[in-house]
Design a protein around this ligand. Structure first.
Ligand code: DGL
Length: 269
């Protein structure tokens, strides 16, 4: 039984790669909804409909656990899916909680009341749809008190990454970090709240400065998935992987190969 990993495009590969390293015996099927990316500028209803269609495709491919390796889908669609759409024998998980648990120094699944934490000033970089959902702030408020979050909607960055234009993407990162710093001059920590952004980790860190701790999701989600799977041993397989896209498989394969620096072959979803 394979675990499904979904993103609107290539960003979720950062999560998949970390999960594969952490869990070499698990079979994964990755689905990129490249024909409809980016999601970050779409309405919540639109994101919900597209995410349900993509997750259904992964259920049909035999996955009964799907990770939304997409903050935009996790923010705009996950709760609604869990409340009325996900069948009882399937599971759909998002990517927010592991990151917020790390930021608030909690162990997996620690649901004790919110408490004071060390970090007080946090910059959040995410897509426009994720920022306007306020989902990070909501999840954080369940776990921590007294944390000031300043969010920066990073329009254009996902498009530039999907087009393979990393020079433009890096320039956009510098300008979004400048804009954030005008609102919050001295963040202590920064959350990369979009799974595409770890591909620009160095650009974020350089623009923010070495003393800002940058939290990126890939490794944290890999750890959290490992924790989940040790309690669900039926997910252990032979370490295979398959890559599906709703876009042009050749174009998406070329970009993915460029980003991960190893050959990745997508086929039509
Ligand atoms: N990787 C998605 C995320 O984490 C990208 C969103 C988009 O398609 O705009 O939010």
């Amino acid at each position: 039984m394979a675990v499904g990993i979904f993103d609107s495009g290539l960003g979720g590969l950062t999560v998949l790669e970390a999960a594969q390293k952490r869990l070499p015996d698990v079979d994964f099927i990755y689905l990129a909804d490249s024909a409809n990316a980016p999601y970050g500028v779409r309405t919540a209803d639109d994101i919900y409909a597209l995410t349900c269609a993509a997750v259904q495709r992964l259920f049909d491919a035999g996955c009964d656990l799907v990770i939304l390796a997409c903050n935009t889908a996790s923010a705009a669609a996950l709760r609604r899916m869990q409340e009325g759409w996900v069948p009882e024998d399937k599971r759909v998980l998002g990517v927010f909680v592991p990151l917020i648990e790390a930021l608030t120094e909690r162990d997996w699944g620690d649901n004790s009341p919110p408490r004071e934490v060390d970090v007080k000033h946090v910059a959040l970089f995410a897509t426009p749809a994720t920022v306007s959902s306020r989902a990070f702030q909501r999840e954080l408020a369940f776990r921590a008190i007294g944390v000031d979050i300043e969010a920066q909607a990073c329009g254009g960055v996902v498009d530039a990454i999907e087009d393979g234009d990393m020079i433009l993407a890096e320039a956009m990162v510098r300008s979004h970090v400048d804009a954030l710093k005008r609102k919050m001059p001295e963040p202590q920590a920064a959350i990369l709240g979009c799974t595409h952004y770890p591909l620009l980790l160095d650009a974020f860190q350089a623009a923010l400065g070495a003393d800002v701790k940058v939290y990126s999701q890939a490794a944290l989600v890999g750890e959290s998935l490992a924790d989940y799977l040790t309690r669900h041993a039926d997910k252990i397989g032979s370490g295979s992987s398959a890559y599906l896209t709703t876009g042009d498989p050749k174009r998406v394969s070329d970009r993915a190969t460029q980003f991960l620096r190893r050959p990745i072959t997508f086929t039509a979803a």
